[in-house]
Design a protein around this ligand. Sequence first.
Ligand SMILES: [Mn+2]
Length: 314
Amino acid sequence: MIEKMLEKIKEADSIIIIGHVSPDGDCLGCQFGLKEIIKDTFNKEKVYAVGEDSVTLAYMGKLDTVTDKQFRESLVIFVDLANNERAADKRWTLAKEVIKIDHHFTSEVFGSLCYIDYKVAAAAEIIARIAMEHNLVVSKYAANSLLTGIITDSGNFRYTGVSANTFRITAFLVEKGADVVELNQKIAMVSYNELKIKGYVIENMKTTEEGFAYCLITKQTMEDYHVLYEEASNAVNSLANIYGYPIWALILEKENEYRIRLRSNGPRIDLLANKYGGGGHQLASGCRIHKVSEIYQFSVDADEVIREYKNREV
Ligand SMILES: [Mn+2]
């Protein structure tokens, strides 16, 4: 499979790498890392990473702008993208061919070649592994990009999916010049307003009987705190790891709906997210509701997940 992918990449005139909307460190890390690796290994010029730029991860790099015509002439590579609806550029439908590399448990099989390994910590881990095993050229920038993906998606090597292999691959990236201290500093930096909104989240969290902790952040609150949606959504882990509260969430108003960023340190939450039209990983998922009044039912369902989990533990 990987050999065939590399063959296709080698043959392609033009390549466009696409991740998901609201990109995170793993998504952008895969895009920038893979782009650079392909350029350097196969001596290609026309390799592009497209999608939405991220404000808080702007230091990682800048995405490219491509025309419809370029799409028609390109091989598209999906990275860190579970479902096509979440593709950060819808024009992938124009492409000659699509191949896919992903790590989501709920990932749909798609494209002429599709490699999904949901046991790894990050999609960037797959790309780094391919580079390591196939002797691809990995510059310092590519190594930094991919390690950012691994660090952010694994919560600094703390989440499920982190294996001995993750560390082997990390060692490889460090050998290629990735700077652990520098990356962690960049990843950890927050703006003053982002810290303030975290304070708001802690002060205004609600809790349920079984142990679901959550906080609603309306557009008005984001305005009051002078934070962007993206900065507000980063506050989700301010509610992480409280004794007795194994599931936590931020509920953020966006356009005409409310996005739920759901996290867990035990109970499986991806099925709960599925129920509300979302998805993701077993311990980190997302979904949406349309009215504030639906929060109540959601919290009842979250409680049910926690109750089942507690019963299973006994
Ligand atoms: Mn990912």
